[in-house]
Design a protein around this ligand. Structure first.
Ligand code: PRT
Ligand code: ZN
Length: 210
């Protein structure tokens, strides 16, 4: 039996379940349950917070998982990545109040930037040779400039409408992300065999969608 960790409820949940179902794997879901077993494939599904998924897979509590690359890389767990899945596409971007002058990244030198992704942001600033003060906050990043906490933010963007409704302008793309399948590096032969079967089916689903 292979254990798969997916997000319990959020932007990854629906498409993660859809992919598993498209692989012909049946299971019964209930919003109250934290785990479920497939009725026709040796797979058990655990429902977790997305941020916890890389750690659980690294520790072997789950064998495989589905998570956003943004979370995976922020947590320094990119070595667990097996395969990009093509959904939950988004980007991590820097944004400033729309009326503020901005020409290039050097304008952020010495500024305060609020984000939930300090490592990805730091790596980008280092690459550009810019020193800024990163304020790590866990949510509502978009309001940081309007409450005087920071001059800029670095947050996940997909349509861009959240930035616009908060009077912000996207100025730099820091990281491109999508959902990724991850796996523990030390799977036994039996589990590896099940994972290979699952990957075979995922590839068939992906080919059919092209
Ligand atoms: O509760 P849990 O911790 O499991 O979930 P979460 O709230 O941390 O994550 P969730 O469900 O919001 O996002 C899960 C993953 O989906 C993220 O890690 C990304 O990989 C991916 N994803 C794709 C997104 C978005 N699109 C997205 N638009 N994650 C967040 N957003 C947010 C963003 O933070 C901002 O507030 O949506 C807003 C921007 O959206 P637009 O469309 O207005 O630009
Ligand atoms: Zn989360």
């Amino acid at each position: 039996m292979l254990r798969l960790a997916i997000q319990k409820s959020g932007r990854l949940s629906e498409d993660s379940l859809k992919l598993i179902r498209e692989c012909g794997i049946s299971f019964i879901t209930s919003s109250l349950k934290l785990k479920t077993e497939s009725t026709n494939f040796p797979l058990e599904i655990l429902y977790l917070r997305d941020d916890d998924i890389p750690g659980y897979v690294a520790d072997g509590v789950a064998d495989i998982g589905i998570v956003g690359e943004n979370v995976l890389v922020e947590e320094g767990m990119q070595h667990l990545a097996v395969e990009q899945l093509g959904f939950s596409k988004c980007r991590l971007s820097l944004a400033v109040p729309k009326g503020d002058p901005y020409e290039d990244i050097s304008d952020l030198q010495g500024k305060n930037i609020a984000t939930s992704y300090p490592k990805l942001l730091q790596a980008y600033l280092d690459e550009k040779g810019v020193q800024a003060n990163i304020h790590t906050i866990s949510g509502s990043v978009e309001i940081a400039p309007s409450i005087g906490l920071a001059e800029a933010i670095c947050d996940i963007v997909s349509s861009g409408s959240t930035l616009i409704s908060n009077g912000l302008r996207e100025v730099e793309r820091v990281f491109k992300s999508q959902a990724v399948l991850i796996a523990n590096g030390g799977l036994n032969a039996e589990k590896q065999e099940i994972l290979n079967k699952l990957l075979f089916r995922i590839h068939a689903v992906q080919r059919a969608q092209k």
